[in-house]
Design a binder for this molecule. Structure first.
Ligand code: 5GP
Length: 348
């Protein structure tokens, strides 16, 4: 047994120190980024936010809505082949990832779609990115799809980030246990504070000219700002995008003043009972640890939430004097607050 003593940080453990700058207003900053991908050599420009490949956020409606903001979606795995072929055949899909796991049936479905329509962005998603089988799947997918951008995860350490990039991933998805409807930390005791995971994995990835996507644990626009400050090239979120019209989920209404008003929507982890029941028989393909089901407030169209998130990032950039999103990590100084101070300096 070993103990690591250096402090590991979550978003709540830090704030970003303001810096003197000549920037006048939020409109002077550019929240888009351009990336050149490691294995394909192709470029992508946009706002580097990706909706999670979960039932209510990885939807086709979400893909169409987020594309208007230059953002992306990893579609969930459960659309029928014909629906996927139709969608990926349209210009609307240019910012969308096709998602698969490591099961042979996932690969067969992928091949069936790919035989009918080109798939240029692929997300290989497993709960535990530390297995040999996962590395083999990345290698095989890279070999069979030299022209596709591959995002793969999840891992939380620099060594494994490098391994995934060398196996063929362009973007490594980072995060074990931080998700809002994830119970991995409770059920298994395994996890890694998300901001530190982003800091350490992005450092490893950037050394190899790869990118990372900080996945999970973002609860407010300020967390997105901190993730970018820590070196995340992309961020992925579920909870923050749940509860909207584009979630293609059921809206729960309540009687108020004689009128039926929309109040809540259901949001669940992809290994929760809800997901397992919905896709009965597919249990083994899902995440090893459980997830939970929650009701979230109904929040209307996603456009308002996207404006809020992008506004928060813009404002952070004016506070630290970053004209471009790319400059944010260089201009970020985190100050430790709250619980971490006790960890580092003792409790009294
Ligand atoms: P959120 O933005 O809601 O905090 O986190 C979204 C992320 O949680 C997803 O992208 C995925 O990585 C993770 N996730 C989704 N469903 C489950 C689940 O049932 N169990 C676990 N362990 N993680 C999940």
């Amino acid at each position: 047994m070993r103990i690591e003593n250096d402090p590991k940080l979550d978003f709540k453990d830090v704030l970003i120190r303001p810096k003197r700058s000549t920037l006048g207003s939020r409109s002077d900053v550019d929240v888009n980024r351009t990336f050149r991908f490691l294995h394909t050599g192709t470029d992508w420009t946009g706002f580097p936010l990706i909706a999670a490949n979960m039932d209510v956020t990885g939807t086709i409606a979400m893909a169409r809505a987020l594309k208007r903001f230059g953002a992306m979606v990893a579609l969930h795995k459960h659309y029928p082949v014909d629906t996927l072929v139709e969608f990926f055949g349209t210009e609307d899909a240019s910012n969308s990832f096709y998602t698969l796991g490591i099961a042979e049936s996932d690969h067969d479905k992928f091949k069936a779609v790919k035989s009918r329509v080109p798939l240029r962005k692929i997300c290989i998603d497993v709960a535990n990115g530390y297995t040999e089988a996962f590395l083999k799947t990345i290698e095989r997918t890279r070999r069979e799809n030299p022209e596709a951008v591959i995002m793969a995860g999840n891992v939380v350490t620099g060594d494994m980030t490098e391994a995934l990039l060398l196996a063929g991933a362009d973007i490594v998805k980072v995060g074990i246990g931080p998700g809002s409807v994830c119970t991995t930390r409770k059920m298994t005791g395994v996890g890694y504070p998300q901001l530190s995971a982003i800091i350490e994995c992005s450092d490893a990835a950037h050394g190899l000219k790869g990118q990372v996507c900080g996945d999970g644990g973002l609860t407010v626009p300020g967390d997105v700002a901190k993730a970018f400050g820590g070196g995340a090239d992309f961020v992925m979120m579920g909870g923050m995008l749940s509860g909207h019209d584009e979630c293609e989920g059921e809206i729960i209404h309540e009687e108020r003043g004689g009128k039926k008003v929309p109040v809540k929507m259901v949001f669940y982890g992809m290994s929760s009972d809800t997901a397992m029941k919905k896709y009965a028989g597919g249990v083994a393909k899902y995440r090893a640890s459980e997830g939970k089901t929650v009701e979230v407030p109904y929040r209307g169209p996603i456009a308002d939430t996207m404006q809020e998130i992008m506004g928060g990032v813009r404002s952070m950039m004016t506070y630290i004097g970053a004209v471009k999103l790319k400059e944010v990590p260089k201009r970020t100084t985190f100050i430790m607050v709250g619980s971490q101070l006790n960890t580092v300096f003792g409790n009294g």
